[in-house]
Design a protein around this ligand. Structure first.
Ligand code: SF4
Length: 404
């Protein structure tokens, strides 16, 4: 996997295409990795290793992870040893990550390849395929997790290991960039007609695919991507706040975000009521404003704690709750004082589903406990009409059993 970052990375394309000056501004701040990004890097390394392992015919593909795991335990390849040590240092469960990646990404991509191979003998599966975006995005480089080329079809796969939000492939600029880079790169000579983009989020049980013709992809790249990329590369254009600010490194100090939040605060102080349309517009904006305000607080606290004073603010000790430190001794004293266990101790409680799945592995969990799992109805939540979930129907009484 590439460790360097391009100024205009496809993964941030939504941001720099919408707010073109952001890329140059962000480049002034170092990018920080997080526990989530480090876990994602390990997951990607395992995905790459495993797909190549089968492609290089080091062993016959098996769909069962347990069989593959046994083989790996015997072979102990050096990369896996390194990753195991990394996982131990980080407190990650190596085999847990490997099983998730194997069952929910490797099998999908590799079985797609095997199926296609039956009809197209010269089908090619490329792992970490190098992208060619240079005629549309200045100084851009990168690779796609997996690319499958057969006949006039190009398929691009993207593994997202995080547990945040579900991401859809439709009109996703990051996926469009990957597709374009693969179309002009490894698939350049294949006369591709259709491009399919697939996002796989194993830990959210989410797969999203979307297709576009190669002609439309080039049109998008020519009329939307390239002009925005040139502006972004030159640091030109307007600052435009929105949902895309979520991971922007300058967000806590962004004047455009601050101005937008202030304008909303002022409009709220008007004596007249908001119309339904204004309320709808406000709801769209509030999510990203809430996200931004918590970033500002977090950033300012970090600055203050590290000695950079924020005028009019100081660091104080937050509230804390008293607790009994030595629970065993406290219990012993209570029992010797004649108190019954049931009276002073909490009842024994089963661990959560995530922890139990780690202990039993997903298959064992399903076999042993699947029959006890229920999913209670969720509370009504407002979502934009574009949300994939079906609408709850008040008339038929969907809200009857829910407490707001
Ligand atoms: S935080 Fe500011 S600079 Fe970054 S994308 Fe949002 S508006 Fe643009």
């Amino acid at each position: 996997m590439p460790s360097q970052h391009a100024i205009l990375a496809p993964s941030a394309s939504k941001r720099w295409m919408t707010c073109t000056p952001s890329a140059r501004q962000e480049a002034k701040y170092p990018s920080k990795d997080s526990v989530f990004s480090r876990e994602g890097t390990i997951a990607h390394a395992l995905a790459e290793f495993t797909l190549n392992y089968f492609l290089e015919e080091k062993a016959v593909y098996v769909p069962e992870f347990e069989v593959f795991q046994k083989r790996m335990r015997q072979e102990n390849p050096s990369l896996l040893l390194d990753l195991t040590v990394q996982c131990t240092d980080e407190g990650f469960d190596f085999w847990d990550i490997f099983e998730i990646v194997y069952n929910n990404y490797v099998t999908i991509v590799y079985e797609d390849f095997l199926n296609v191979k039956k009809e197209f003998e010269d089908a090619e599966l490329l792992v970490e395929a190098e992208l060619n975006l240079k005629s549309y995005i200045p100084e851009s480089f990168g690779s796609s997790d997996a690319v499958l080329i057969y006949g006039e079809i190009l398929k691009v796969y993207d593994l997202k290991f995080g547990q945040g939000v579900k991401v859809e492939a439709e009109n996703n600029t990051q996926m469009l960039c990957y597709a374009l880079g693969a179309l002009l790169g490894p698939a350049e000579l294949n006369g591709i007609d259709t491009v399919q983009m697939t996002i796989i989020q194993p830990r959210l049980q989410h797969i999203s695919s979307w297709s576009i013709s190669a002609d439309k992809l080039i049109q998008w790249a020519t009329y939307e991507l390239k002009p925005a990329a040139l502006k972004a590369f030159n640091g030109e254009g307007e600052y435009v706040p929105g949902d895309h600010c979520k991971f922007c490194r300058i967000a806590p100090r962004c004047r455009a975000c601050a101005l937008r939040a202030t304008i909303l605060a002022e409009s709220n102080s008007e004596p007249s009521e908001l119309t339904d349309e204004e309320l709808a517009d406000l709801l769209y904006k509030l999510e990203s404003i809430k996200n931004w305000t918590s970033k500002v607080e977090e950033y300012a606290l970090q600055q203050a704690v590290s000695g950079h004073a924020i005028p009019g603010w100081k660091v104080v000790e937050g509230r804390s709750i008293s607790k009994i430190q030595d629970q065993q001794s406290a219990m012993a004293d209570l029992f010797s004082a004649g108190f019954e266990k049931d009276l002073v101790c909490k009842p024994v409680e089963l661990k959560g589903i995530t922890d139990l799945k780690k202990i039993l592995r997903p298959k064992g969990f399903e076999e042993l406990l699947g029959k006890y799992v229920v999913k209670p109805q969720g509370k009504p939540t407002l979502a934009p009409v574009s949300d994939k979930r079906p609408e709850m129907n008040n008339i038929e009484g969907d809200f009857n059993n829910v407490i707001l």
